[in-house]
Design a protein around this ligand. Sequence first.
Ligand code: ATP
Length: 262
Amino acid sequence: MALTARSLSLSLGRRLVLDAISLSVRPGRITVLLGPNGAGKTSLLRCLAGLLRPESGAIMLDDAPIGTLPLRERARRIGYLPQSAELVWSLNARDVIALGRHPWRSPFAAPSEADRAAIADAMTATDTERFADRPANELSGGERARVLLARVLAGSPEWLLADEPLASLDPAHQIDILDRFRAAADRGCGVVIVLHDLNHAARIADDIALLHGGRLVAHGPAADTLTPAAIAEIFDLSVEILPAARGYPMQIVTCGRRNSAE
Ligand SMILES: Nc1ncnc2c1ncn2[C@@H]1O[C@H](COP(=O)(O)OP(=O)(O)OP(=O)(O)O)[C@@H](O)[C@H]1O
């Protein structure tokens, strides 16, 4: 079982944003996509979710091109959390989260026991019970982000694709959510996350995919990919790598821009 990009190229407008990317991610593992702004992380994630059609190459889910899967099956199997989502519905947070069960429900049927359990689990995982009955469009940015993540988790997807899920969360909820991604992977879910924080990436990733200018520069365990040389090259940063400490397999200390720190 795998979610695979085969020689994937994508242009948006006149810009080549993904250039012959080949990458395979597996169930039970967390893959973090890292790279500077504009590197192509969101574009790759949207292709993996079947939301963007590449101009060449293919996305395969197991042995099937993703575009050949019925939409309902795709929605059941792949949970996609976009980078930012407006909440335009005047629904309370609980009802927004319950929308995550949509691919599993029959029209007009009452929620099943499985639906209710999945929604409750997702709310616990994201600590959203406290504001479950408030209108979702009146929540703070971080509260809204947790509701939208809960909505994806409620769908119990086999593949969880999340684009900067920590961006508006406070530090405690960032750690909670990283732990949730780990728990999902431990249950066999394949997780792909776009992050910007190098230490969060090192903490959570089984594998890191480094993107730069639409190309896949490296793919493998953090210790092999997050080297000072690679970070200097891709992010134009000078860093020191310190040994493992307190749950972090390595600590990346940013010293400054590559040139100014020399
Ligand atoms: N609709 C579009 N039309 C033209 N170019 C686009 C479009 N959407 C994105 N791009 C370009 O594609 C490139 C990759 O964008 P993408 O959003 O995938 O990058 P990213 O790595 O996720 O960046 P960030 O870290 O800033 O979120 C960028 O150069 C961006 O300007």
